[in-house]
Ligand binder design. Sequence first.
Ligand code: UD1
Ligand code: CA
Length: 459
Amino acid sequence: MPSNPSPPNPSPRVCLAIVLAAGEGTRMKSALPKVLHPVAGRSMLGHVLAGVAEAGADAVAVVVGPGRDDVAAQARALAPKAEIFAQEQRLGTAHAVLAAGEALARGCDDLLVVFADTPLITPATYKALRAALRDGAGVAVLGFEAADPSGYGRLLMENGALAAIREHKDASAAERKTTLCNAGLMALDGSRAMAFLEAIGNHNSQGEYYLTDAVAAARAAGAKTAVVIAPEAEVMGVNDRLQLAKAEAGMQQRLRDAAMMEGVTMTAPETVFLCFDTRLARDVVIEPNVFFGPGVSVGEGAVIHAASHLAGCEVGARASVGPFARLRPGAVIGEGAKIGNFVEIKASQIGAGAAVSHLTYIGDASVGAKANIGAGTITCNYDGFDKARTVIGEGAFIGSNSSLVAPLTIGEGAYVGSGSVITKDVAPGALAVARGRQIEKAGWAEGLRKARAGRTGKR
Ligand code: UD1
Ligand code: CA
């Protein structure tokens, strides 16, 4: 029998995140619900769901407006285990939290209440709020120093402790001088949250049930309150397209900074647009004006030259792409391959060391290692009904301005003469030429000039 048994691990705290996404978002003036607008290629709702998951939420409840099946569907797609609740009437933020009361009633240690329109909050900040609960707070509020506090709820401190939050509309002139503001999100002790929420009334200028009143309710019940401070840029909420653009700029800067800190060179970072999931290995060089859509990974030492557009593609180590290249979904570029200017590649594998250097479209194809695709080559992959594949063997050489009519296989090491329209398979090592044969008529030009003597023409 062990004489000195180690103490049991303190049980991990169970966390429920309630994501409020019931806003009408009318100021966006959009057919798309506000929280589905993308920032760096992912909806704001998606950023928030990913953030709370990374902060350790065990259960997630999303509160949507009545009839918002589109928001519910996105939430389910992004967080399959999330429960969806509808807030039938918009009676305030505390009322919205209670719409998910069924999830809360199941019990949790930490309750995180977050807004789906604040996409820049980091998982570290969610974790800091949870840590304040672990340290004994009944309610922990996220605060920030506002450059312009008007419109925000003010954090009213008493003897160094948070006493209450006063909404701007309800605040006195003296209270409005406070610049310490409420970011909106909050963490509540799961065992007492329901009691705090149920104590909240709607006696305020808007007749709403304010979540912020959980602070006063907690104090009245003798619970401790805490404030976690975050930078203003992180807590910014999106209500209109100007704020959406600001959030995008903030997210882009964060993504670029992270990439550069991981060993990526960007010669003009402010002109490079990344996606939330862009993966760039060490020693990747990104020239100016490059755009990354979702699902791109770039291997070590690859160079993406200026003005290229990449989405859903993989670029191998030490490959070179652009300038002015377009890699569309399904493009997989092998190690050391070269994709040059005005080249478009879609759903195709380009082998290691292959070169597709100028003015070319490669779609639904596989190009073997070290093959050379001449300028102006086109894979004719579409007959108006179906897409067909082109297979080009290793080391093949496709002459300039060739049309490769799929389905088609060109064998290893084969040559295709420039200007060919290739409709039949080419055997390995063979030469295929499919173009009008050149003829020459000696002295023909002189004859024409004589026949037209006396007339002036273009020379
Ligand atoms: C809220 C805070 C305020 C804080 C500010 C920060 C309250 C009462 N006030 O004010 O202290 O400074 O955020 O930006 O919390 N929502 C619902 N159902 C409702 C009402 C709101 O789901 O019935 C959702 C909204 O979609 C939004 C969030 O809750 O995502 C905040 O509501 P909003 O009306 O924008 O609150 P603010 O006035 O901005
Ligand atoms: Ca708001």
